[in-house]
Write a protein that binds this ligand. Sequence first.
Ligand SMILES: Nc1ncnc2c1ncn2[C@@H]1O[C@H](COP(=O)(O)OP(=O)(O)OP(=O)(O)O)[C@@H](O)[C@H]1O
Ligand SMILES: [Mg+2]
Length: 231
Amino acid sequence: MDRKSQGISFRLNVPSLQIAQGEKIALIGESGCGKSTLLDILAFISQPSQIGAFRFRPVNTGEPIDVGHFWARRKLNRLGELRKRHIGYVMQTGGLLPYLTVRDNMSLSRNVLGLRDAGVVEQLARELGIARHLDKLPETLSTGERQRVAIGRALAHEPSIVIADEPTASVDPFAAEKIMSLFIGLAEERNITVIVASHAWRHIKRLGLRRLAHHTRRSKDGRTTETVVNG
Ligand SMILES: Nc1ncnc2c1ncn2[C@@H]1O[C@H](COP(=O)(O)OP(=O)(O)OP(=O)(O)O)[C@@H](O)[C@H]1O
Ligand SMILES: [Mg+2]
């Protein structure tokens, strides 16, 4: 993936990356090293500038889907459908809709797919400790509570993968560790694959995540940066 703005260029190079169903992966690195760029590619949000191969097998038994082919043919609807069905995304900025209640925010991904609720949202809210806030608007919640809602929303439609971009960036380290451990526990119970980006390895190393190897190089004049990810 190549990105350029105002003469500063950034390249993310992924020679090889394989993530198994149910694995829990951590992508740790300094600001600007390309964490969000990689997560957006893995969630079919950003199109890589060049693709060797990009395959996605949402269920263990099925045939892999050729994501590279969909990008090359610009089949954005197909990619959108795959994303809606199989991926949950916890955004770096939370991304809750301010005019919807906590319950409606969490139900959104199920409603879009036409799935019946069957108590899934309430159950998740209880497990995340936010059941008493279900009928409130996000703005009346604390930052940590909002982050738990965002995690609940990403899990509610029972995706095969949840991608989380710094889901605990704006709370104190103690709360961050608690929320992260809650999140990983819920994903584990449901055999959901997790890919999480964070600045800090300290909070999550105890949770048994596999740390993704990467290497960032900056040119002497600081105008080009390249990050290589392998794993
Ligand atoms: N839309 C864009 N256009 C051009 N360059 C971009 C764009 N988005 C990000 N970049 C650049 O790509 C590089 C990687 O950005 P990215 O957001 O992936 O970093 P990050 O590791 O997620 O950082 P942070 O920890 O601050 O969230 C940065 O140098 C950034 O300036
Ligand atoms: Mg980022």
